[in-house]
Design a protein around this ligand. Structure first.
Ligand code: C2E
Ligand code: MG
Ligand code: MG
Length: 676
């Protein structure tokens, strides 16, 4: 409990109120509870509702439900605070017996209820009403003025009980979103109760035997409440593992940071990502992948130190918040333990799998002062741990090439991807006879404040964090969806997608691409992947395996930006590519610079001798077009033909040129060569 003195005070005060009630009853020879038909009917109604609560189990409690409150309130209005307190006491005893393990909570909630009754009784007294079993406040005597009085008593009782329960249940300030939805819900319940409590009073005096029938609407009201509450909680939960989700984590982190700041402590956030999950998912299927994630989530729950909270951010990405961390060292020890716990062998129907995990750690206030900043820095550290295969890394600003500005952009990009705000445009590649050889998908992002962000810029940021695989998945998914749509409309045009070296080094990439093709019903021949020579820099063997896997599935590879790399020609033979794209820096000067023209000629000859198609990028004018044609280039791409266009425009462009292919505008054609 957040504040042990408060529960003790509540229970003590409630005990005193009850004691006073007993004293008053015995000293004044008052009855504690009505007898006869009314008494028995009320007792039966109470019994049914308590039975329902116990049967429903879980953390529900009298004071936190609608039915209990309605009943207490009507007894309070009719017979005053002593019998109402008796109802509370009976409920505490009954539920305490039924659920012994939680009797403490029962006593506390019962005490809160009695305090609410006490305040309600004070309001009644302010209106000069002191009902008792002998002299009930009979609804027959209610007048027009009674309505606001009843309403005020109900409000006082509700505000006191709900506020206290809310305060006791919420962990140090709680989660704002839940708080907001809970407030709205409680408000609605209050209205429903206002309606039902006076009716209970009327029936109790007129036809007490009918009282137990109130169990039906009261339980129904309760169930509605419960469903609404479950819904609100679902929005903050990951449906697969039941762990809280990203939104919950961020909000919880905000509160934790406030608290840490107040008491001058550290807080730590770690991001954990499974290393080979994607390939397992692709080989064994999504169902198996889901079951593995469930096992991982369970392990995380078990291995979590006291006070720590885990969340699933999506895919195979988890986060753990340590609201109080003694030091960076102790936080990284926790991270190591978690990574070790996740890395021990998993069992899937007798199949033993080992999934290693990498974790990145960022600490408040050392690395960032806000929740989002902490998450981004943990992400940067996690990527380092993954890349260096070290298991756990603590964020270090020295090693982070990301300025705060870049980090901001990274977070915005992640959100833009989640919100599907990133678009693909398509630029045609055409052969010299005008035939459309294919389209290249180029990513486009319009930032809400900064406007268009050049792909080179945000791709570099994505590459230096853990976001690149998400971006590539997004681009592949969008491009393949578009290819499938075009094919359905009879437009059979292959699409090229740019992939980063990081993708090629991601284990299971080839399998993931094949699975995605199958899901969209697109033949592998309709997809081309553009890679650069940089793929060979890091781990040539792994890259070669991935590329062999891709070509094995029938996906064509194209070598992009040729000429800007290092040992270009030597590598050409080692890469299973079928197309080579001459970088636009050579193409641009082709018409004016003989040396560049010579480089292009040699490249075309060499590529042809290796059986590769040659595409020139960045063709902007007729002269370049003609030179390229004379040099034997196979196809061109560039603003002369078309710039990258949004999907609809591309569809129109393809349709307009469907049968004849692309023709250079007549005005631009020199007369002598207008022979196409
Ligand atoms: P790239 O793959 O070499 O793409 C060609 C770039 O040249 C594109 O720039 C395109 O708009 C531009 N371009 C096309 N025709 C002309 C022309 O006639 N003149 C000039 N001056 N430029 C022309 P963009 O779209 O800014 O893309 C830049 C780079 O960003 C791409 O170079 C590619 O490496 C990367 N990129 C773009 N989209 C993606 C993607 O979805 N995934 C990955 N991994 N990288 C991408
Ligand atoms: Mg490209
Ligand atoms: Mg290029």
């Amino acid at each position: 409990m957040a504040w042990p003195a408060l529960p003790a005070a509540i229970v003590g005060l409630a005990g005193a109120i009850l004691g006073a009630g007993f004293y008053r009853a015995f000293a004044g020879q008052h009855a504690l509870f009505p007898s006869g038909a009314v008494g028995w009917s009320l007792a039966l109604l109470t019994g049914i509702i308590v039975g329902h609560l116990v049967a429903m189990g879980r953390a529900r409690w009298w004071g936190g439900t609608g039915s209990g409150a309605a009943l207490t309130l009507s007894v309070l209005l009719l017979y005053g605070w002593v019998p109402a307190g008796m109802v509370s006491l009976t409920v505490v005893v009954l539920v305490g017996v039924a659920r012994r393990g939680r009797w403490r909570q029962g006593v506390l909630h019962g005490a809160v209820d009695i305090l609410g009754i006490g305040v309600g009784a004070l309001v009644l007294r302010a209106f000069g009403r002191i009902p008792s079993v002998e002299r009930p406040w009979d609804p027959e005597n209610w007048t027009l003025y009674s309505a606001p009085q009843v309403a005020l008593v109900a409000v006082a009782y509700l505000v006191v009980t709900r506020a206290l329960l809310w305060y006791l249940a919420s962990p140090r300030g709680g989660v704002p979103t839940v708080a907001r939805t809970a407030m709205v819900r409680q408000g609605l319940v209050a209205v429903a109760l206002l309606g039902i409590a006076p009716l209970v009073c009327v029936v109790a005096t007129a036809q007490p035997l009918l009282l137990p029938l109130f169990a039906i609407p009261l339980i129904a009201l309760d169930s509605t409440l419960w469903i609404a509450r479950a819904r609100a909680e679902e929005q903050l939960r990951d449906p697969l593992t039941g762990l809280p989700n990203r939104q919950w984590l961020l909000e919880r982190t905000w509160t934790a940071l406030d608290d840490a700041e107040r008491i001058g402590a550290r807080a730590a956030l770690m991001l954990i990502d499974l290393d080979r999950f994607r390939s397992v998912n692709d080989t064994l299927g999504h169902l198996a992948g889901d079951r593995l994630l469930l096992q991982i989530a369970d392990r995380l729950r078990v291995a979590l130190p006291r006070g720590a909270e885990a969340a699933r951010l999506g895919g195979d990405e988890f986060a753990v918040l340590l609201p109080i961390a003694d030091s960076t060292t102790s936080a990284s020890r926790v991270a190591r333990n978690l990574v070790a716990a996740l890395g021990s062998p998993l069992d899937l129907d007798g199949l033993t799998l080992v999934l290693e995990a990498s974790a990145g750690l960022a600490v408040f206030p050392d690395h960032a002062l806000d929740a989002e900043g902490l998450l981004r820095r943990a992400d940067v550290a996690m990527y380092q741990a993954k890349r260096d295969r070290t298991g756990v890394e603590v964020y270090e600003s020295k090693r982070d090439s990301n300025t705060p500005d870049r980090l901001g952009l990274l977070g915005d990009l992640r959100r833009a991807l989640d919100a599907h705000e990133v678009e693909l445009h398509y630029q045609p590649k055409v052969r010299f006879d005008g035939q459309v050889a294919g389209l290249e998908a180029l990513v486009r992002w319009v930032h809400p404040e900064r406007g268009k962000v050049p792909p080179d810029e945000f791709i570099a940021i994505a590459e230096s964090s853990g976001l690149m695989p998400h971006l590539t998945e997004y681009v592949l998914e969008t491009a393949l969806g578009q290819v499938a749509r075009w094919r359905a409309q009879g437009l059979h045009v292959p699409v090229a997608v740019n992939v980063s070296p990081r993708d090629v080094h991601t284990p299971g990439f080839a399998g993931a691409v094949a699975a995605r093709l199958a899901r969209h019903g697109v033949p592998a021949g309709a997809l081309q992947l553009e890679i650069t020579e940089h793929v060979l820099l890091e781990d040539p063997q792994r890259a070669a395996d991935t590329l062999a896997g891709l070509t094995g599935h029938g996906v064509k590879m194209s070598l992009d930006d040729f000429g800007t790399g290092y040992s270009s020609l030597v590598h050409l033979r080692r890469l299973p590519v079928s197309e080579l794209k001459i970088d636009r820096s050579f193409v641009a000067r082709l018409a004016v610079d003989n040396e560049d023209a010579e480089i292009v000629r040699c490249t075309v000859d060499l590529a042809h001798s290796l059986g590769l198609l040659v595409v020139a990028e960045g063709v902007e004018d007729d002269e370049t077009w003609e030179r390229l044609r004379d040099l034997g280039c196979d196809a061109v791409q560039g603003w002369l033909v078309a710039a990258a266009m949004p999907p609809d425009e591309t569809t129109a462009w393809l349709r307009a040129r469907g049968s004849r292919g692309w023709q250079r505008p007549a005005a631009a054609l020199p007369a002598a060569t207008a022979d196409e």
